[in-house]
Design a protein around this ligand. Sequence first.
Ligand SMILES: Nc1ncnc2c1ncn2[C@@H]1O[C@H](COP(=O)(O)OP(=O)(O)OP(=O)(O)O)[C@@H](O)[C@H]1O
Length: 422
Amino acid sequence: MSHPVISVENLSKAYRLGHKEEVPDTITGAAKNILMAPWRNFRHLRSHSITDAEGGEDDTLWALKDVSFEINQGDVVGIIGRNGAGKSTLLKVLSRITEPTSGRAVIRGRVSSLLEVGTGFHPELSGRDNIYMNGTILGMTKREIDRKFDEIVDFSGVEKFLDTPTKRYSSGMQVRLAFAVAAHLEPEILIVDEVLAVGDFDFQEKCLRKMQDVSSSGRTVIFVSHNLAAIGTLCSRAIVLSKGAIQASGTVSDSIEEYLSGSRTKISGHSVRCGEKQVFVVSSEEREIHRKCEEALSFKLQFQTPDPIENPSCGFIIYDKSNAPVVGGSSKFQRQSSGGCSNTWKLTCDLGHLPLSPGNYTVSIWLGTLNHDLAKAANFFDITIDDTDPFNCGFAVPKSWGNLFWRGNWHFEADSIAAAQK
Ligand SMILES: Nc1ncnc2c1ncn2[C@@H]1O[C@H](COP(=O)(O)OP(=O)(O)OP(=O)(O)O)[C@@H](O)[C@H]1O
């Protein structure tokens, strides 16, 4: 049976605003940090009591506030949250790069982490020396590192620069080597912060595959990313952080749903499962569209797919309150798509001046390619048409007309011949 390898209890981390904490950018610095921790904590307690005595903590920012969770051996856990939610701070505490202000994180196993660019490398040492230094810190013998060395170099693609100090590497090269080192040195727990933001598509793919390999060999992976589709593909569960606290924790699908629904920017979203572990994330800019009759109607979607797709297509059906379809359309039937290949797409669908009668409607959407279905989402967003007198004539459109009203061109002519014959 799997047992907890990480137990986080009431973990909090405060930063003083305007007093940027020095975060070590090398493993040696991190080791020094750990040795200095008791002294810093003592200083922190003193400064806290001084601040309290002065009656204010206004300059304190809680990057993490009372966070508790457990992670079992073999779990692959995604950490998601908006910018500034505390994700990187949590990973830094788990990697012992920074000390918590209160609470604790108990880690059982050898941790290897890929945090911010440059963390974990000594800038003056060559790529080669950094590989050996990291392996040694992880408790590996020289022979063990020798065995992994070629694989690391091959994965990172920095062979030509192995004897160059890493401070001369581009940020992309540093991340490539750092990920290769972190993932190949057989850690029991692999912690990775947003590796997918750097590097080209092939490298991102390679990283995801490597993390999958690490997890399938029973190791624990903790992975921070803003790429929700990648989190869905890789992780078995997810934790959502919001303003330093846990907003949700559970299955990836539920957590992503919760994350998208809690958005301050009013982005609504659905994560739709297709296949075993694949999560397809779709978000719309508005959850409720309010329009006047015949006012131009459009909707915008963003979607991420686990694998890149070509020629995406979108369809929609608008339903009335009794769930009867009113009208639908599809870019596939109109053979309108986009060239290119990507796993992140933005779409604007312009419906023009659709003459919907006043009332409430729901919209379901379909996404796919010209040849395949990818996902369907019912009740994706609502449309409310909220004026009752589109003709501006003092009469409401009767419900009995149905869900569409029509603005025809009416030509009346007095039929004078017929009138004369009477
Ligand atoms: N070394 C530091 N000194 C002072 N404040 C910090 C420090 N590191 C982080 N913070 C603050 O703590 C909060 C949480 O930051 P953190 O980097 O953990 O967020 P995040 O969720 O990783 O964000 P992002 O998605 O943008 O990377 C932010 O308000 C940030 O400004």
